[in-house]
Ligand binder design. Structure first.
Ligand SMILES: Nc1nc2c(ncn2[C@@H]2O[C@H](COP(=O)(O)OP(=O)(O)OP(=O)(O)O)[C@@H](O)[C@H]2O)c(=O)[nH]1
Ligand SMILES: C=C(OP(=O)(O)O)C(=O)O
Length: 244
């Protein structure tokens, strides 16, 4: 089982929080959220490898490197020791001529398949409440297509595609839950929808922030204090929680 994590870059994402967070704070938020998702995946026994597909590998490496590398005891400037996890994390450049979220997922799926057909878990990099139990629950589901939807039951935050789901094309974006169920049906693939507290809240808006458990807000807010007194903007009042 290989996990594919699309991660845009450190500057252009989280635009729906731009009215409450400056660019530095948004960049910190993207890093903190990505660290949480990738470390949860690495801690999940069934996940052999995590492939992060990004247009900014330097940003991704800075955000994620200490999940798999730690400083040698000889001092701060000493050589770095690679942990057993080092080979389980791969950060891959999304080619500039292959832009977009679905294409990032395609790049990850191609890399996942390099060693042969493999079951893939696509996980967005902005799920602050994701737990290893959530990952285990998604992987325990039987159908070849497992869609973990958002709290509005309209989008897709994680997606499991079994070996036989190779022809399945992802359709992330507005109303992607319906699009993914239709895609599965078009290929005669059984599918199931999962909605759990840890998989349903992607942090895109101030309303999403308010939905998170206090312990999750405390953990994220430690790095991005501006979120604690954030007030909703116009983008927080639509049913989808977004501007699309
Ligand atoms: N590699 C890659 N990742 C993407 C792309 N677009 C979105 N993502 C990632 O996909 C996940 C879901 O992204 P969204 O919630 O749609 O968008 P966002 O980046 O948070 O930004 P806003 O739409 O500005 O709120 C996040 O992990 C993003 O970093 C893309 O074009 N390329
Ligand atoms: C990309 C999606 O949503 P969001 O932009 O809310 O993360 C989606 O649900 O497919």
């Amino acid at each position: 089982m290989v996990a594919v994590v699309p991660l845009r870059d450190g500057t252009s994402g989280k635009s729906r929080l731009a009215h409450v967070l400056d660019p530095d704070a948004r960049s910190r938020l993207v890093a903190v959220l990505a660290r949480h998702v990738v470390s949860t995946l690495l801690a999940s026994g069934a996940v052999e490898r995590v492939v992060v597909v990004t247009s900014d590998p330097r940003f991704a490496w800075r955000a994620l490197q200490d999940l798999v590398v730690h400083a040698a005891s000889g001092g701060d400037d000493g050589p770095h020791l690679r942990t057993d996890d080092a080979d389980r994390l791969r950060i891959v450049l999304q080619p500039a001529d292959r832009p977009g979220l679905d294409t990032a997922v395609d790049v990850g799926r191609e890399i996942a398949a390099e060693d042969g057909p493999v079951r893939v878990l696509v996980a967005h990099a902005d799920l602050p409440a994701l737990t290893t139990d959530d990952v285990a629950a998604l992987l325990a589901a039987d159908p070849p297509v497992v869609v973990a939807t958002d709290r509005h039951r309209s989008g897709t935050n994680l997606l499991v595609l079994d070996l036989i789901a190779a022809p399945f094309r992802t359709r992330f974006g507005a109303d992607s839950l319906a699009a993914h169920l239709a895609e599965a049906a078009a290929h005669g693939l059984r599918s199931v929808v999962v909605q759990r507290p840890g998989t349903a809240t992607d942090l895109d808006t101030v309303d999403d922030w308010g939905e998170l458990p206090a312990r999750v807000r405390a953990a994220v807010g430690q790095h991005v204090p501006g979120l604690h007194d954030a007030t909703p903007g116009p983008q927080d009042r639509s049913a989808s929680g977004g501007t699309r």
